[in-house]
Design a protein around this ligand. Structure first.
Ligand SMILES: [Zn+2]
Length: 442
């Protein structure tokens, strides 16, 4: 099934991570406390540098919002990737770029550490954004990066240019303070997240360019660290009828009417035997999100297709879902002569994305919680989410435990997407502290 469709490549890949059990919580707590104590002085220096850099940081943020990186578009992510590569090189970082298809550029930049007992840390964020949509719904042009009432407005501001800007500024602030870190710090900025990451983070990992002990993904909300997500399976189901002129209706079989039987049965999909997952909430959910059928007002349609979007927790497999979908189609086939035999095409997978999660006891989670706590005064909870993320590649294929966190908001994918400048500045501080605590001043 799905042969040759690169969006289904994960059907053939590893679905399970075998990570070593995290250390005892008391041991991690002690390590976090020690790290925070050791970096206290450096932290004060870096935080006041971040306050001093405020205007530069805002200008940098605006500069990357002004470079569109819409998925899809003619130039794709390349202009923004090239701009950032120049920025990384000006910071003395080594930059690797890949371009698996024209315009689909991803970068990974590395600042070599001095060596010694410390972690290496990867900040990952994606370059691509969804289109601006109806521009008349925007208060300001979507690529103007207008500053208004303490916010920066623009497509991609929150999703995910906040993560990019905050990680670049965090490393720049540390450099401005002439602090050299022991561990390597990496920043990857990737293409194709909005469509699954197959041409972005996946290709960087395949090329062997993503190597670090811990990863922070620059997406999320201030009050929670996301440590797991659902998987995704998108399917096409097609019914076949018999076409005829409307005037010869008795000779025809209307494929749209046949599809009418299938839509509610698939939209209400329930996959039996799926256990609740300790981190990722919810059970498999299916939604029939697209339908197409018919091609002419006076011709009875012989073909109708639906696209179904299914999200599932790590306790469920694609095989279980396909079995249930086929079972439901079979029971419809039995009740209608025209739905038997070849009247329903074999179910066609269009996109597959694996679910993934880590334990909330992983040290990267505890360190990040402590860093957020130092900046915001409250510790975010660590939990899974019902959406899907391309962070799965980082965990499942690069073997790096990854936590998603930014001081974002709910405006991603909407008109008037924005980031609060105060949130952005605090986000820079969280990332800078995470780099200090993980990679340790030399
Ligand atoms: Zn995003």
């Amino acid at each position: 099934m799905a042969e040759g469709n690169f969006r289904c490549v994960e059907l053939e890949m590893d679905w399970n991570v075998t990570r070593p059990a995290p250390p005892r919580p008391e041991a991690t707590a002690a390590e976090v406390e020690r790290a925070m104590r050791e970096v206290r002085e450096a932290r004060e220096q870096v935080f006041s540098e971040i306050d001093r850099m405020r205007d530069d940081a805002v200008e940098f943020f605006r500069s990357i919002v002004k470079i569109p990186s819409v998925n899809p578009s003619d130039e794709w992510e390349k202009p923004l990737a090239d701009y950032l590569a120049r920025e990384f090189r000006s910071m003395g970082m080594d930059v690797d770029q890949i371009e698996p298809e024209p315009g689909r550029v991803s970068n990974v930049a590395r600042l070599k550490g001095a060596g010694g007992k410390a972690r290496s840390l990867l900040f990952n964020s994606h370059l691509d954004t969804v289109p601006a949509g109806d521009e008349s719904a925007w208060r300001f042009p979507p690529f103007s990066a207008t500053v208004h009432e303490g916010k920066i407005f623009g497509r991609g501001a929150k999703d995910c240019k906040l993560g990019i800007a905050a990680s670049v500024m965090a490393l720049r602030a540390i450099q401005n303070c002439r602090i050299r870190l022991k561990g390597d710090t990496l920043v990857s900025t990737t293409a194709d997240e909005e469509t699954g990451g197959h041409l972005g983070i996946h290709k960087l990992i395949e090329a062997g360019l993503i190597k670090a002990d811990w990863a922070v993904y620059g997406e999320g909300m201030p009050d929670k660290i996301t440590i797991g997500h659902k998987g995704l399976l998108q399917l096409r189901i097609t019914t076949r009828g018999v076409t005829a002129h409307t005037a010869r209706k008795p000779a025809a079989v209307n494929a749209i009417l046949k599809m009418n039987r299938i839509v509610p049965a698939i939209d209400s999909l329930y996959v039996p035997g799926v256990e609740p997952h300790p981190v990722v909430p919810g059970f498999p959910v299916a939604s029939v999100n697209m339908i197409s059928g018919g091609f002419k007002e006076n011709v009875i349609p012989d073909r109708c297709s639906i696209v179904v979007d299914i999200r599932f927790p790590p306790t469920c497999t694609v095989r279980q879902i396909m079995d249930e979908v086929n079972r439901r189609l079979d029971s419809i086939r039995c009740t209608d002569a025209h739905l038997g035999g070849t009247h329903i095409d074999p179910v066609e997978p269009l996109v597959v994305a694996r679910a993934s999660s880590i334990s909330s006891e992983e040290p990267v989670v505890k360190f990040l919680q402590a860093c957020v706590g130092e900046v915001l005064g409250t510790r975010p909870s660590a939990q899974g989410m019902e959406a899907t993320s391309d962070s799965r590649w980082i965990l499942l294929d690069a073997g790096i435990p990854v936590a998603n966190y930014s001081l974002g908001n709910e405006s991603g994918h909407s008109p008037n997407e924005y980031v609060g400048i105060e949130d952005y500045i605090r986000n820079i501080k969280v990332y800078a502290l995470m780099a200090l605590a993980s990679c340790r001043p030399a």
